[in-house]
Design a protein around this ligand. Sequence first.
Ligand code: FAD
Ligand code: SF4
Length: 329
Amino acid sequence: MSKDMMANFELYQPDSVANAIDLLGRFGEDGWAIAGGHDTLDWFKDRVKYAANVVDLSGIDELRGIRETENGIEIGALTTLTEIERSPLVQENFTVLSDAARHVASPQIRHTGTIGGNVNQDTRCWYYRYGVDCYRAGGTTCYADTPEGQNREHCLWGADRCVAVTPSDTAPALVALDARMVVRGADGEREVAAEDYFIGPEIDIERMTILEPGELLVAVRLSNEWAGATFYFEKVADRNTWDFPLVNIAAAMFVEDGMISRIRMAAGAVQCVPRRLTVVEEVVTGSAKDEETAALAGQAAVRGATPLNYNHFKIPLLENLVKRAIRDA
Ligand SMILES: Cc1cc2nc3c(=O)[nH]c(=O)nc-3n(C[C@H](O)[C@H](O)[C@H](O)COP(=O)(O)OP(=O)(O)OC[C@H]3O[C@@H](n4cnc5c(N)ncnc54)[C@H](O)[C@@H]3O)c2cc1C
Ligand code: SF4
């Protein structure tokens, strides 16, 4: 197939969420929402995925910006990663999210890439991105999970036919902050915990979030429950710029008199969904924030990991990131 130019599509530019939802509802599987376009245009330019009708969200003002609410802040889905990185409201109280946003891709991508696009982007499994007919693309095999399959970027948990991982740097931060994802569709609005927003192949192998066709993420809400906590975000990638995480870690914790009283922690790129490290949370709650607790946390984090042929290195990597999150936060 020639890959020299994008296929034609009809472009719609609604100026309200209601109109966008109406259009997406009408188009169903033939519709595609576009925000900054960094993931979308990759698919279109490679001619691997295609939609006849593209609904451009960029003219919808109500989706933009960061506002204070009664008990926290609300970030519109169209807010750029740069705006999040620089927002005093995020920097002051939810630093783990501004840090995560700062670690995404390059400044150019962060200037136009949105939080909505970042959490809804598709997986980067390169077989799938190349357009092969794997399970996730509706076929009957997984090319990454074969004896010769190139799977160093793939999962340690949650394999179910597909072994792809979430590529988002902001998603684990949102899980650590217990963010609420505000979803709107033809039937109205609902709020879903970030932890439940992302889904693995055991639930639906062709989607990565609970969004149904015709639904939009309109905002992300952060509650003051975690405002001002002690935060930690770290990402390891093959290169320090322009690269997806091999593993990332996000943590929010409260420390009183040297003891960890409350904590939430999540890792990205080790499972299809951001992996909440509840076992670590249980191990460290009520313990001193010290080297010994950090070591126990690291060991607990990797229990039950099932590596593929080429991603064993992710186990010590995750263990060390968790250790550092406890020790250095
Ligand atoms: C070279 C390169 C390097 C990258 N490196 C990283 C990295 O290190 N870390 C990282 O996390 N990401 C990385 N990315 C991914 C990039 O950050 C995301 O693709 C970008 O944030 C997506 O934002 P967007 O607004 O451009 O998305 P779009 O392409 O516009 O949208 C992405 C997907 O989300 C859907 N979508 C967008 N907004 C909404 C909404 N409001 N409701 C429902 N669905 C929506 C779209 O339909 C589409 O399916 C990289 C991308 C590139 C091209
Ligand atoms: S890991 Fe998932 S996306 Fe990649 S080839 Fe296997 S089924 Fe396809």
